[in-house]
Ligand binder design. Sequence first.
Ligand code: IPM
Ligand code: MG
Length: 355
Amino acid sequence: MKRHRVAWLPGDGIGPEVCEAARVVLDAAGFEADYLPGDIGWEFWRREGDALPARTLDLLRQTDCAFFGAITSKPAAQAVRELAPELRDRGLTYRSPIVRMRQMLDLYICLRPCRAFPGNPLNYRDKIDLVVFRENTEGMYIGVEFPKIPEAFRAEPPVARLPADAAISIRSVTPEASRRIVEAAFQYAVKNGRRKVFLEAAQEVAARYPRIEFDTANVDAMCMWLLKNPLNYDVIATTNLFGDILSDLCAQMVGGMGFAYSGNIGETYAVFEPTHGSVPKYAGQYKVNPLATILAAGMMVEWLGESEKAREIERAVSGVIARGAPRTYDMGGNAGTMEIAESVAEGLHHKRVTR
Ligand code: IPM
Ligand code: MG
């Protein structure tokens, strides 16, 4: 098999330490790749006025996929204040690099599995096992916001009634983006033996998959139903912002952000990441739970075509959780980030020696 080329983007805060933990596990799994480090994050915004410099975009173009840790984002006005003095008057606007990568590389699927691993004391219910397919390129995330309402919109009666100091933003929903995320969700359901798909507006795609049960619900009701009957859901397809919200809710049902991982997947490229942020208050302490990042690494290995190794990684994670030790603080223990990684890695070494 050809050697994989992975753009390695640890980013800010705890990003580097959870990525280091994932590397220990990737190596223990016998996964072979060239890891090419790339610059991304707050430091590059401050020093260069770009959190995702052009050289990093070049690196993405030269690799098979990217592995991303976390980045620190701040509100636009504060971001400008933190720029190096010589950059402050340039009219630069901070935009989240992960959102930019999703859009620039057309990574239209945000795949977010939420599984209650047996033995996880943080599970809201046992046996929860669902997957969120979040549309990843449009919706509120197109970033079109007007602090003052443009004249052209004033022709709309509801807009005309708004006061002069109202701000508005635009959310795009295109038929093509909706169709392809729903299609991806159905294909996943078929491939993984899932029974049900929830989604917003996809009757047309659904009609082509008569064997998969299909329901729609509004997002507010969905939050309620998910908490009431989490086992009723298999695959949830949704627009971008609702997917952002629902996937945090689902994450909390299976242990919180320490277990939440994402694949941002397009036709030919993908970026894998833990869903959590950069947790500045814990940066450098090696105390956060690396399992989300390790599971993201497993998803990357699967996407690169090494399914057996991916399954081994997931089984090793599952084994550590089921054993009940070691555990990081979020799970009631006091183990450090690398201790968890070593423990997952041991499960993999054991597997490889005894086979
Ligand atoms: C996520 C995050 C991002 C999002 C932020 C960091 C822009 O919350 O990946 O879920 O809103 O998509
Ligand atoms: Mg989010």
